[in-house]
Design a binder for this molecule. Structure first.
Ligand SMILES: *[C@@H]1O[C@H](CO)[C@@H](O)[C@H](O)[C@H]1NC(C)=O
Length: 378
C-alpha cells in the first residue's frame, strides 16, 4: 500500500507545485486563547452530560467538521478559514489555529475524510467552484495544511457544498446550480452532472440498493440517482410529516434524513428510506423534541450495539426553534424508538449546524456563535 501510495503522492505534490492555484496561509489573528466554560447540561431528563463550548476564531458562519487524530478541522464559510483545534479525549480544546483557504470570498464549506488517501481531507470551495484534497498536517496545530490535489467542478455545475468519497468517485452536491456531481478524482474528465431541484444539500449512498440520494431543502424533495443507468427521479416528502429535508446519511438498513420544517415551526420528524424507497417517518414525543427543527443527524460510533442516533435541532431558519442535541435509542430492529433524551445547547440562537460523534464525545458546530461544542459523560 505505502509502496504504491508514496510515489503517487510525491508525483501529485510535484505536479501541484507547478499548477496549484489554491493557497493556504496562517491567519495570525486566528490563533487564540479561549475560556472554557464547563456547564452541566440544562437538558432533560438528567445532568449526566457535560457540555463545553470551545470558542473558535470569530466568523459569521462556522459550518462543517471532521476529526483526524487529535485535531478537529472546522470550515468557516463566511471568511473561508479552516480552523484546526487540538482536543483532548473528551473534545475539549487545547490549542486553536486558523488558516486562510484560497481567499476570504472562496466560501470554504464541505469537509470529508478520504479513505483512499488516509489522513487526507477533501474540501469544497463553494464560490471558487473547486474540490481540493489537503494534507491537514495534524502533527502540529500550527502547521499550515498543504494542497495535494485540485479539481474544478465542470461547467455548468456551480456551488460545491457537500463532498463525499466513494471508491474512486467523489459525490458532491452543487447547491447553486441545483445539481449533484459524480466525478472520478483519478480522471476528472469522467463525470456526470445530475440535474436536481432547489437546493441539493447532502448526498448519501443506500447501503442495500446502492443508489445515491440527495436531500433538496427548498423544494422539499429527495432526488434518487441510479449511477448505473444515469436515471434520476424525485421522491416527495409527505407534507403531513413535515418539510425541508436537510441532513441525510447512510445508516442501518437504509438512508436516514431529517426534516427542518419552516421558518416558523419544526415538526420533530426524521425519516428512513428502505431499499424499495418506502419512507417511514419518526416523530419525537418529548415536550422539547416534538417540535424540534431537525437539521442534521449522525449515528453513534457504536450504533451496532447501542442503537443510538444523534439529532441536531437548530435555529438556523427559525429563530424560535431551540438549539438542541437529541439522543434517540432504537430497538434492535431499528423500527421503534425506545428512548429520547434532549440536551439543550447552552448558547441558544447559535444556529447549531453539524454533529460529529466520536468514541468519547459528541461534537456540534454552532454556526453563528463560532463555537465547537463537545458533550460527554465522565
Ligand atoms: C402522508 O401522511 C398522511 C398522514 O400520515 C397519510 O394519511 C397519507 O396517506 C400520506 N401520503 C402519502 C402520499 O404517503
Amino acid at each position: 500500500m505505502m509502496m504504491i501510495l508514496i510515489p503517487y503522492l510525491i508525483a501529485l505534490l510535484f505536479i501541484n507545485s507547478i499548477v496549484a492555484e489554491v493557497t493556504i496561509t496562517p491567519v495570525p489573528s486566528a490563533s487564540l486563547t479561549f475560556n472554557q466554560n464547563i456547564v452541566p447540561s440544562a437538558g432533560l431528563p438528567s445532568n449526566q452530560y457535560l457540555v463545553v463550548e470551545n470558542q473558535l476564531p470569530l466568523a459569521e458562519q462556522t459550518h462543517e467538521l471532521v476529526k483526524v487524530e487529535d485535531i478537529v478541522l472546522i470550515s468557516q464559510l463566511s471568511n473561508s478559514v479552516l480552523v484546526k483545534v487540538q482536543v483532548d479525549k473528551y473534545g475539549v480544546a487545547q490549542q486553536v489555529a486558523g488558516f486562510q483557504i484560497a481567499n476570504p470570498n472562496s466560501n470554504l464549506h464541505g469537509l470529508a475524510l478520504s479513505t483512499n488517501y488516509p489522513g487526507m481531507v477533501w474540501l469544497t470551495l463553494e464560490a471558487d467552484n473547486k474540490l481540493v484534497l489537503i494534507d491537514p498536517m495534524v502533527v502540529s496545530v500550527t502547521d499550515a495544511p498543504e494542497v495535494i490535489m485540485e479539481i474544478d467542478v465542470p461547467s455548468p455545475g456551480y456551488g460545491p457544498h457537500y463532498i463525499g468519497e466513494y471508491g474512486s468517485d467523489l459525490w458532491v452536491s452543487l447547491k447553486e446550480s441545483y445539481d449533484v456531481l459524480r466525478i472520478n478524482y483519478e480522471d476528472p474528465t469522467d463525470y456526470n452532472i445530475y440535474n436536481g431541484l432547489e437546493h441539493p444539500i447532502f448526498v448519501a449512498q443506500h447501503p442495500i440498493n446502492e443508489m445515491f440520494y440527495s436531500s433538496q431543502d427548498t423544494s422539499s424533495k429527495i432526488m434518487k440517482i441510479n449511477p448505473v443507468t444515469g436515471e434520476s427521479t424525485q421522491i416527495d416528502v409527505n407534507a403531513s410529516a413535515g418539510t425541508t429535508p436537510v441532513g441525510m446519511i447512510s445508516g442501518p438498513n437504509g438512508i436516514w434524513f431529517t426534516l427542518l420544517g419552516s421558518d416558523t415551526a419544526g415538526t420533530g420528524t426524521f425519516g428512513f428510506i428502505d431499499q424499495d424507497d418506502n419512507i417511514e417517518y419518526y416523530k419525537l414525543t418529548t415536550p422539547l423534541g416534538s417540535d424540534a427543527a431537525l437539521l442534521h443527524l449522525k449515528f453513534d460510533v457504536a450504533y451496532e450495539t447501542n442503537y443510538k442516533l444523534y439529532l441536531l435541532s437548530s435555529s438556523i431558519i427559525n429563530p424560535t426553534a431551540l438549539d438542541m442535541i437529541i439522543i434517540v435509542t432504537f430497538d434492535e430492529q431499528w423500527s421503534t424508538i425506545i428512548n429520547e433524551e434532549v440536551i439543550v445547547i447552552p448558547t441558544q440562537q447559535c444556529k447549531a449546524h453539524r454533529l460529529l460523534p466520536t468514541e468519547f464525545n459528541v461534537f456540534a458546530t454552532e454556526l453563528s456563535s463560532s463555537k465547537l461544542l463537545t458533550m460527554f459523560s465522565l
